[in-house]
Design a protein around this ligand. Structure first.
Ligand SMILES: Cc1cc2nc3c(=O)[nH]c(=O)nc-3n(C[C@H](O)[C@H](O)[C@H](O)COP(=O)(O)OP(=O)(O)OC[C@H]3O[C@@H](n4cnc5c(N)ncnc54)[C@H](O)[C@@H]3O)c2cc1C
Length: 393
């Protein structure tokens, strides 16, 4: 064994040493649920592109989806506790954190914040328990970075509202009971809460992914789906409301990717300690130590960033979108670099599913792109810093 013993987390500068008792408790619950139920079968699930449908209820029965952290207004009661849960889920695989992000931040959050009382009553308890599954459909085939070019439409007809269009990359789609769909209505962008058993909805699973293989991704066609006014989320009446939901999920990503990076680094440290080349341990070579040291520094910076954003989000002033953006782009980039470096140090073994680093690395390629692509977040920060909008002409 090296100086840093095999344990599931990595906290070089004791960034998480001063958690409250409640936060530490949530971290431990999430860690033990993940270790018991998710971690043992993760490589197999990735290899078989399989999302075990018992998992939502396992997470729900331990209160790891949403409710323990939501206040009545829909805000996170303890953003740091919530972040710690995401970190544990993604330590295992980004797909499990993605499931929880979609279910909690992109489905339960808009229902809680923008839904009617009857929508809350009908859906929130089962979503929290993992008995119902939700999806969030914003991205369309013509380009996710520009939601203002939305082609999915909500029109009024004599029978009621009609939904027509195509969404792509909807996580959880093939297993969802309900989907938050964003469409262009006569008065602007509107979010609707659509049960998936309505006639006219065609959900097709997206196969052949090389990333986030455990996650169920889908394309969804809405072929004149008939809706009633009560299917609309009353408060979800602008693109800003969709972005508000995304910002909740992005906050979770800032924490989640720490778990992925920590998993890679712990795996690699232990490997280096055991592997011998040129008659000495891999951990004894200067170049290897330089790489490990760089990973340690980047990861620690990412942990500090997450903690500071957690503190800001817990404060009265809250957290601004550009602050979420700097965290999302910074920490996902950091985690990708750590995962790639660890994969390199593991040598040929690093390309095997028996090790975790390359699985994390390919998953993080998706995380780099979704929830606002990396460069979109740089542009958001750039706009905030300069006042100049560089998105379009
Ligand atoms: C596995 C997976 C799961 C997903 N889950 C969901 C989900 O549940 N719900 C959902 O709605 N979406 C989901 N997405 C979609 C995701 O949010 C989009 O992929 C993302 O928004 C980027 O859109 P795009 O892929 O169409 O890329 P594009 O928008 O086509 O962007 C392509 C490239 O152009 C760059 N670019 C774009 N605009 C600019 C600009 N103005 N200036 C400079 N560069 C620019 C981008 O940074 C990117 O590098 C998922 C995606 C994946 C891969």
């Amino acid at each position: 064994m090296g100086q840093i013993e095999q344990k599931s987390d990595f906290d070089y500068l004791n960034v998480f040493a001063e958690l409250t008792e409640a936060q530490e408790n949530w971290r431990q619950v999430a860690n033990s649920v993940v270790s018991k139920y998710l971690q043992p079968g993760v490589s197999e699930a990735f290899d078989k592109n399989h999302f075990d449908r018992d998992i939502p209820q396992i997470l729900g029965s331990h209160s790891l989806i949403g409710p323990h952290v939501w206040t009545d207004s829909g805000d996170l009661a303890d953003p740091i506790a919530s972040g710690l849960i995401m970190r544990e889920l993604e330590r295992c695989d980004s797909s499990y954190r993605s499931f929880a992000s979609v279910q909690g931040s992109l489905v339960m959050y808009p229902i809680k914040k923008y839904g009617s009382d009857s929508q809350k009553e009908k859906w929130l308890p089962n979503l929290a328990a993992g008995k119902s599954i939700g999806g969030f459909a914003l991205t369309e085939p013509q380009g996710g970075s520009d939601p203002s070019n939305m082609q999915t439409v909500l029109t009024k007809s004599e029978e009621g509202l009609r939904l027509r269009g195509k969404k792509r990359w909807v996580t959880n789609g093939p297993i969802a009971d309900v989907i938050v769909v964003w469409a262009r209505g006569e008065d602007g962008i509107q979010g609707v809460l659509l049960p998936t058993d309505r006639p006219g909805i065609k959900i097709r699973k997206i196969d052949r992914k090389l990333s986030l293989c455990i996650s169920e991704s889908s394309e969804i066609e809405f072929d004149d789906v008939l809706l009633e006014d009560v299917d609309c989320l009353p408060g979800a009446n602008s693109i800003g409301k969709a972005l508000d939901c995304l910002n909740q999920a992005r906050y979770g990503i800032i924490w989640g990717v720490l778990g992925a990076a920590e998993s890679c680094l712990v795996e690699t440290l232990n490997y280096c300690d055991e592997r011998k080349l040129f008659k000495k341990k891999l951990s004894g070579f200067q170049l290897v130590q330089a790489k490990l040291s760089d990973c340690c520094l980047k990861l620690t910076q990412g942990q500090l960033l997450a903690m500071q954003l957690g503190r800001l989000k817990s404060s009265k002033a809250g957290i601004a979108p550009h602050e979420v953006s700097i965290g999302k782009q910074g920490n996902v980039h950091m985690a990708l670099e750590v995962a790639r470096t660890c994969r390199d140090i593991l040598g040929a073994n690093g390309v095997l599913l028996d090790f975790h680093s390359m699985r994390h690395m390919v998953n993080l390629e998706t995380v780099f792109t979704y929830e606002g692509a990396h460069d979109i977040h740089r542009l958001i920060v750039g706009l905030n810093m300069t006042g100049e909008n560089a998105f379009a002409n």
